[in-house]
Structures are given as structure tokens and as C-alpha cells.
Design a protein around this ligand. Structure first.
Ligand code: SAH
Ligand code: SF4
Ligand code: F3S
Length: 479
């Protein structure tokens, strides 16, 4: 939608799936914009999922490519970008809070550019609110045009007017953009963009566009390059990673095939997030058994343990089908760790139906869960459903569930007592008492005594002696 030089979002357009061929765009910087950040500094605030973190690394790469350097203090920088998330109301609340803080800063330093990008601007309501109530924001753009950032900055400087460019289409695939990765030993690798699942509560298919896969050659080359630079771990990203490849060629090359091929690149660890339970096939599950590098952990979002609720959520599997996949995973890899996402208080959910989710947690043996109270998202079908249960009541259910999921975390840690695990070291523990920490191959946060900073980015062996709810503690084992 175009309005006074502003390209505004449309949820109606974002919902369309036209089955057009997806465009593969090679990043190209026009000469005109190549010095737009010379001598200037930038800072990116990143909210939301790993997809946003990966996008921020691309935007940092693009900004440094036009002369910007990263600011130490966000409030002192020439350009501040907020890469936002729209998945729940509280994610948006945080952004309004940060904008409130930036307002005063902008008054003192009017030359500072403030940009908002990511998923929030893809929503009509949010973009209108930014335009009308946060007039000091200079640039608004969405998830489909982050590669236009140099042009948008240039226009903001040239015109001294607000630049709004939010595209609501199915999206394209950007290749070849520079990246500034946060870590030197673990890396995000996006394998597919968008989502076509349209779970009835979820805004993501509207903010991220159609499901589209990167070509396998691009992914494999990216991982080989990471290996040659000494990276130890990759996390494959996508809203429904097991839909990988369905839109490419004849659709016969699957996510499972990709796992087997990436295992051969020599990368030491492969994780991924998130698979959709309906699309989790045998080959992807077998990769956990057969491929040394594939972590012994699956984040497997279930959302609900009740068949009626799963149906109105449009999840397209039943409790029993979900549990059958869990059993299969355990049959292939007996000690595999499974974590999940759960929504409490979906519109019309009864207490009895909620209890099915609680019993499912125990039956599935989840070793961790991200639990959320349902948050209505404008434009999604669930937001129009009757929702008679009060928020207060939902909070009670939530607390009841969390007792079970916390026990799951603890059980998951206890099973390693006395065992030796491999830990990719991240750095000093936050507690600051001479401990260091990292994640094990079952993706368990593990602390051990050491002050040897040279271990960061290395994989060490740790013998576990203690289990807590949120982490395990052990001693370094000398090999
Ligand atoms: N694509 C991923 C999840 C992306 S969103 C998947 O399907 O696994 C991450 C989680 O946020 C979801 O799994 C869901 O549990 C939660 N979520 C999404 N929309 C929500 C909403 N409207 N209210 C509450 N939680 C929501
Ligand atoms: Fe949202 Fe469902 Fe897609 Fe996940 S699979 S991003 S929950 S619509
Ligand atoms: Fe949030 Fe967008 Fe990710 S809504 S969870 S940042 S896809």
C-alpha cells in the first residue's frame, strides 16, 4: 500500500499465498549509498527469536559495509535500530518502553537517526501507532527489505522526512549480504524463511511471508566456510525447519537430507529450531542417531495436549501422533532431550483441556518448556474467538503448569549426575565465582570451576556432580 511516499503494511496482502516463484536476490550495494555511514556509529537492539538475531547480524554487516562502526554506548550512537518482535503483546510493550527512553535522547541530539524494523512494522496497527505517536522515529521498515537499509538511511538524511517502507508480500531470499557475527565459534544459519502453517493464534506467517528455502548449495557452502574459520556449532534456523526443501525443485531433498549432508562438512555440532511436529519425518529423526554432529536435543513445540484445542489452533496433529514421534525419537536416541513450547489459555480452552497439557508434559518427559499465556494478535483468527476465561484464572493455570515443567528441567539435569558430558564453553558464569559455563550436547547449561579464558569456544569434557533446576555443575576432566 502506498501513501504519500510511504509504503505501508497490509495484513490482507501479507496473508496471500500466490504460489509465485520465489526470487533469489544477490545483495548489491549501489555506489550512491556506499559511504552513507562514513565516520558514524550504529547500535542495534534485537528482540524476539533467533531469526531476528540472524537478521541483526546481516544489518550490522550491511551497515559496516557503508562505513558505520558499532557504538559502545547506544545512546551516543548516530543510528539506533530496534529490531522488533510481534509474537505477543508483552514483546511489543517493551518496544514502546524503549522508544519512550529514546525520545528524550533524540530531543537532545536531533541528528541521531532512529529506525524500527523487524516484525512489528509488518502490522498495520503498530506502524500507524509509530507514525502517529512516535513522530521522532526516522525510518520504519520490515522483514522483507532489510537489504535496502543504506537507501533508507540515505533518504532519511536527504529528505529530512520520515521514511516508511514496509513490504507485505511473500518475500524473497537474500544471498551474499555481509554479516557481522556475534560469536567466533557458534553461528546461526538460516535455512528457510517464512511460515505457511497459519496456526490460528500466530502472527508470524503475516510478518515473515511465505515458506521459502535457501538452496542447499548456499547453505552447505556457508557451513563449510564457517568450519574453515574455526566455528564449532551451527544452529539451523527456520519457523518450520522440516518444511525445508518442499518448495525447491521436485521437493525430494528434505530437512533430514540436509542434516546428513551438513554432518559431512566437519562442523562439530548442529542444532536447529524449530521443527513442526507434523512435518518431523523419520529421516530427520534418524539423523540424531546417525550424525555425530547433530545435537541430542530437539526443541519440539507442542502448544497443547488436548485434541480439540490442537484442532482449533490448526496444529494439524493429535496428542497421540505427537507422543508417537516422541517415542520414536527415544527409540532412536534413548537419552535424547526434548523441550517444548506451550500456550496456556487459548480462547475457549477449559480447565479440563488445560489439564491434558499438564499430563502430556509428564508423559512426554519434557526436559524444558517455554510457556506462554495466550496473547491475542490482531488479524489472526484466534483473536476473533470467544475467550471467556479471565487473565487472572489463566495465570493460575500457568503457575500450575510451570511446576511440572520446572520438575522436567530438574529431571533432565539429574540424569547426568556421575556422567561425563561435552561442553562448548561460552565464558565466565554470571555468578562470577570462578566458574565457567557452556552447553552440553543435550543442550544443558553446564557450569564448571575454571579461570582459563582460553577455553572459550573450545569443547571440553565435564563430569557432572550436581543438578539444579536451571543448570548442572561438574568438574573438568583432563583428557
Ligand atoms: N515456529 C515456531 C514458533 C514461533 S513463535 C514453532 O511453530 O515452533 C514461538 C512460540 O511463541 C510458539 O511456539 C508459541 O508457543 C508462542 N506463541 C506464538 N504466538 C503466540 C500468541 N499469540 N500467544 C502466546 N504465545 C504465542
Ligand atoms: Fe507460528 Fe505455527 Fe508458523 Fe510456528 S508453525 S511460526 S506457531 S504459524
Ligand atoms: Fe517475533 Fe518475528 Fe521472531 S514475531 S518470534 S521476531 S518471527
Amino acid at each position: 500500500m502506498k501513501n504519500n511516499n510511504m509504503v505501508l503494511p497490509s495484513l490482507k496482502d501479507a496473508r496471500m499465498r500466490r504460489n509465485l516463484n520465489i526470487e533469489f536476490v544477490k545483495y548489491k550495494l549501489e555506489d550512491k549509498y556506499s559511504n552513507v555511514g562514513k565516520g558514524k556509529t550504529y547500535y542495534i537492539y534485537t528482540y524476539g527469536c533467533q531469526g531476528n538475531e540472524a537478521d541483526s547480524e546481516i544489518m550490522a554487516g550491511i551497515l559496516e559495509g557503508v562505513g558505520y562502526t558499532k557504538a559502545k554506548d547506544p545512546l551516543e550512537s548516530d543510528l539506533v535500530l530496534l529490531n522488533t518482535c510481534a509474537v505477543r503483546e508483552n514483546a511489543e510493550q517493551r518496544i514502546w518502553g524503549v522508544l519512550g527512553q529514546l525520545k528524550g535522547r533524540k530531543r537532545e541530539h536531533p541528528e541521531m537517526l532512529i529506525g524500527i524494523c523487524g516484525c512489528m512494522p509488518q502490522e498495520e496497527k503498530a506502524t500507524n501507532k509509530i507514525i502517529n505517536s512516535y513522530e521522532f522515529v526516522d525510518i520504519i521498515f520490515g522483514t522483507h527489505n532489510r537489504h535496502n537499509l543504506p537507501k533508507l538511511i540515505y533518504e532519511a538524511y536527504e529528505t529530512n522526512k520520515k521514511v516508511v517502507e514496509v513490504i507485505s508480500n511473500e518475500g524473497m531470499i537474500l544471498e551474499g549480504a555481509p554479516k557481522v557475527r556475534e560469536s567466533t565459534y557458534k553461528a546461526w544459519v538460516t535455512i528457510m524463511y517464512g511460515c505457511d502453517e497459519f496456526c490460528t493464534y500466530c502472527i508470524v506467517p503475516y510478518t515473515r511471508g511465505k515458506e521459502r528455502s535457501r538452496k542447499k548449495e548456499e547453505i552447505i557452502n556457508e557451513v563449510k566456510e564457517l568450519v574453515s574459520k574455526g566455528y564449532k556449532e551451527i544452529t539451523l534456523l527456520g519457523q518450520n525447519v522440516n518444511a525445508y526443501g518442499k518448495d525447491l525443485d521436485d521437493g525430494s531433498y528434505t530437512f533430514g537430507d540436509l542434516l546428513y549432508d551438513l554432518d559431512k562438512t566437519g562442523i562439530e555440532r548442529i542444532g536447529y529450531t524449530s521443527p513442526h511436529p507434523r512435518d518431523m519425518d523419520l529421516k530427520a529423526m534418524e539423523a540424531h542417531r546417525d550424525c555425530k554432529s547433530v545435537l541430542k536435543h530437539v526443541h519440539f513445540p507442542v502448544q497443547s495436549g488436548n485434541d480439540r484445542v490442537l484442532k482449533i489452533m490448526n496444529r494439524k496433529y493429535t496428542r497421540e501422533e505427537y507422543l508417537a514421534k516422541i517415542r520414536k525419537l527415544h527409540e532412536l536416541v534413548p537419552d535424547i532431550s526434548i523441550t517444548t513450547d506451550i500456550i496456556v489459555g487459548f480462547p475457549g480452552e477449559t480447565y479440563e483441556e488445560f489439564k491434558d497439557t499438564v499430563t502430556l508434559c509428564d508423559e512426554a518427559g519434557f526436559e524444558g518448556a517455554f510457556t506462554f499465556i495466550y496473547s491475542p494478535r490482531e488479524g489472526t483468527p484466534a483473536a476473533r474467538m470467544e475467550d471467556p476465561i479471565s487473565l487472572e484464572e489463566k495465570h493460575k493455570w500457568f503457575d500450575e503448569l510451570v511446576e511440572h515443567t520446572n520438575q522436567g528441567y530438574l529431571n533432565g539435569h539429574m540424569k547426568f549426575i556421575g556422567k561425563v558430558v561435552s561442553v562448548l564453553v561460552d565464558g565466565e558464569s554470571k555468578s562470577g565465582d570462578g566458574m565457567m559455563c557452556g552447553y552440553s550436547e543435550h543442550y544443558k547449561l553446564t557450569h564448571f570451576k575454571s579461570d582459563d579464558k582460553s577455553l572459550v569456544g573450545k569443547i571440553v569434557k565435564v563430569k557432572i556432580k550436581e543438578a539444579k533446576t536451571w543448570f548442572m555443575i561438574g568438574d573438568l576432566v583432563n583428557e
